[in-house]
Design a protein around this ligand. Structure first.
Ligand code: 13P
Length: 255
């Protein structure tokens, strides 16, 4: 992390976990543990728990995010949720392009770009996910692939709106597998993403951009990952479901 240049952001992606009752318990446990955090703290909860999470975190330093957003403002899109619906509720963040959406729900670089634009236009902050599959890493195409995902996702985004975008580098082979990228691997690809942003915009824009690592980040390995200069935070799945573990990661990012 380089906190002199940019903000550290630790976000929990709860995925499809926690009922409303469980949401209340987890957030109530978390709030006192992270109240002095020197980084942005976000919990991305299922749609059905957003309102509960927004109400519980009012007046605290914990921000709430959704896990997806549709790109149209309204219309015949059964099962979808618009950016305005999220902001009206007090939601500040949204995850876009998570690999699970790419893998299981037909998300493409083009729809990731559309969702990013719609979210930014509505005033949401986007946690924009990119990352390679294991076969792609083995083929030696990680850098090109992640650069391409980044370029397409950012198409049509004005430089002035980049402060609403956080990029999360999540190698797919590290998600939920317990196989974390080494701190050097994470830093290397975060640096590739930063260089890509510099090429599209300029160095100042790239230096200001928060780039997270995600993929089996936990209480034990967070400090080392976050010690790398280009790793500005984390997008955490499993370990964000336990208040104490998530708080340990947040404290590591606060140092
Ligand atoms: P895990 O931390 O469970 O590997 O999940 C990472 C992730 O996908 C966060 O979006």
């Amino acid at each position: 992390m380089n906190k002199t240049l940019r903000k550290a952001v630790i976000a929990g992606n709860w995925k499809m976990n926690n009922t409303r009752v469980e949401t209340k318990a987890l957030i109530n446990d978390l709030i006192p543990l992270v109240k002095d955090a020197d980084c942005e703290v976000v919990v991305c909860v299922p749609f059905t728990n957003l309102e509960t999470a927004v109400n519980l975190t009012k007046g605290t330093n914990v921000k709430v995010g959704a896990q997806n957003v549709h790109f149209e403002k309204s219309g015949a899109f059964t099962g979808e949720i618009s950016a305005d619906m999220l902001t009206e509720m007090g939601v500040e963040y949204v995850v876009v392009g998570h690999s699970e959406r790419r893998q299981y729900f037909g998300e493409t670089n083009v729809t990731v770009n559309k969702r990013t634009k719609a979210a930014v236009a509505a005033g949401l902050k986007v946690l924009l996910c990119v990352g390679e599959l294991l076969e792609e890493r083995e083929q030696g195409i990680t850098d090109e692939l992640v650069a391409l995902q980044t370029k397409i996702a950012l198409q049509g985004i004005d430089k002035a709106d980049l402060n609403k975008i956080i990029i999360a580098y999540e190698p797919v082979w590290a998600i939920g597998t317990g196989k974390t990228a080494t701190a050097d691997q994470a830093n290397e690809v975060c640096a590739v993403i930063r260089a890509t942003v510099a090429k599209i915009y300029d160095q100042a824009a790239a230096d200001a951009m928060t780039i997270q690592y995600g993929g089996s980040m936990n209480a034990g390995n967070a400090a080392e990952l976050l010690s790398k200069p280009d790793v500005d935070g984390g997008l955490i799945g499993g370990a964000s479901l336990k208040a104490a573990d998530f708080a340990t990661i947040i404290n590591a990012a606060s140092k």
